[in-house]
Design a protein around this ligand. Structure first.
Ligand code: CP3
Length: 340
């Protein structure tokens, strides 16, 4: 099958292929024993920057589950590392920054780095290995949205409510806009590197956008996410968690071909809000991956049914695969969706 006829790409154009395309956020990672085996002795971000390893990890879930897309094994903080920022991923915790970016001076120093200078060699090499092997199956490239990146960078690490990033928006809007604008350009560069090396779709992850009010989302965040995706030239998916109160804004004025919906909002309701010009992606509750198969099966069928209300549907989870998931549950979901 030609890549352009792949079910994922058709769904992104608003078609209804015979089989609904399915992939899983965080399909490449800790739920797979073959991943854990490969990762022994290599730190997370080093693994992302080792082309053979990143390519192999990207391909593992495609081979095992028969999903309709690969998602590139990397991390939202990789472009920051490539920009020279001191960041590590602490296992069980997440991204940690040696120098949190809090003051106007911190922001000035960081944003003096030109995003055009990021060295994409290792990323491009990994993407090339993956797309050569995938053939007609699309590779999804991705980046972090400016707010989710700032939520880590300003805080210095993971936080629950992202108070310092949200405070900066109001206390020093000029610094906030400079920082978020720069992060949008850094993520855009990361997407361009993946696109130029062969990725055929990109997804922007705004995992923590749900901590924002609709007014703050519109004023301080949406313009920077828009700039990260606008005119990228390949189909786009825009995903966030807890975005129900401002879901229509997640379309980014038509820049998003698909909007990812979390498990809190039924897909038929989401489709009514999003309208006829956008495909929906989602939204299996990750918690139900831990339920007995008949319970999960009924839930998946309900998600498929509700997804019919949209112009197109990409089946996925409402957020990432939890590490403790039995991978056989994921394989069964793919088989079920493809059998309908
Ligand atoms: O989806 C995929 O399979 C592709 C790879 C991918 C990773 N991170 C690999 C990873 C993607 C798309 C991401 C995006 C990412 N990274 C997001 C947005 C998506 C989301 O889940 O909301 C965020 C917020 C991050 C930041 C990050 N990186 C966190 C919070 C963690 C978990 C830390 C932990 O140990 O709990 C990471 C590490 C990370 N990124 C892992 C993987 C496979 C785990 C690393 C390990 O094996 O120890």
């Amino acid at each position: 099958m030609a890549l352009s006829d792949a079910p994922l790409l058709r769904a992104l154009r608003g078609d209804r292929p015979a089989q609904t395309p399915v992939w899983f956020m965080r399909q490449a990672g800790r739920s797979l024993p073959e991943y854990r085996e490969l990762r022994v002795g290599t730190r997370m971000l080093d693994a992302c920057l080792t082309p053979d390893l990143a390519a192999e990890i990207t391909l593992q879930p495609v081979r095992r589950h028969g999903v309709d897309a690969a998602v590139f094994f990397s991390d939202i903080v990789i472009p920051l590392r490539l920009a020279g920022v001191d960041v590590v991923i602490e296992p069980g915790r997440g991204p940690v920054f040696a120098n949190p970016v809090r003051s106007a001076d911190d922001v000035q120093r960081l944003t003096a780095i030109d995003p055009a200078d990021l060295d994409g060699t290792a990323i491009a090499a990994a993407v090339k290995i993956v797309t050569d092997e995938l053939g007609g199956t699309p590779l999804i490239g991705f980046a972090g949205a400016p707010f989710t990146l700032a939520a880590y960078l300003v805080e210095g690490g993971p936080s629950k409510e992202h108070l310092q990033a949200r405070a900066m928006m109001h206390a020093d809007p000029d610094s906030w806009n400079r920082l978020a604008g720069w992060l949008g350009q850094v993520s855009r560069r990361f997407l361009e590197i993946q696109r130029d090396a062969g990725a055929s779709v990109v997804q922007l992850f705004d995992s923590w956008a749900g901590s924002l009010s609709p007014a703050d989302y519109r004023a301080f965040v949406a313009p920077h996410s828009h700039a990260a995706l606008d005119g990228i030239g390949i189909p786009t998916i825009h995903f966030g968690v807890g975005t129900g109160p401002f879901l229509a804004d997640m379309r980014l004025d038509g820049v998003a071909d698909a909007v990812g919906v979390d498990w809190r909002q039924p897909l038929d309701e989401a489709a009514a809000i999003l309208g006829p010009d956008v495909t929906v992606q989602g939204n299996i509750d990750p918690a139900l991956l831990g339920a007995p198969w008949p319970v999960l099966e009924a839930h998946v069928l309900d998600v498929l049914e509700r997804g019919r209300a949209a112009r197109g549907h990409i089946l996925n989870l409402g957020h990432g695969v939890p590490p403790e998931t039995d991978p056989d549950q994921l394989t069964r979901i793919v088989e079920l969706v493809h059998s309908r």
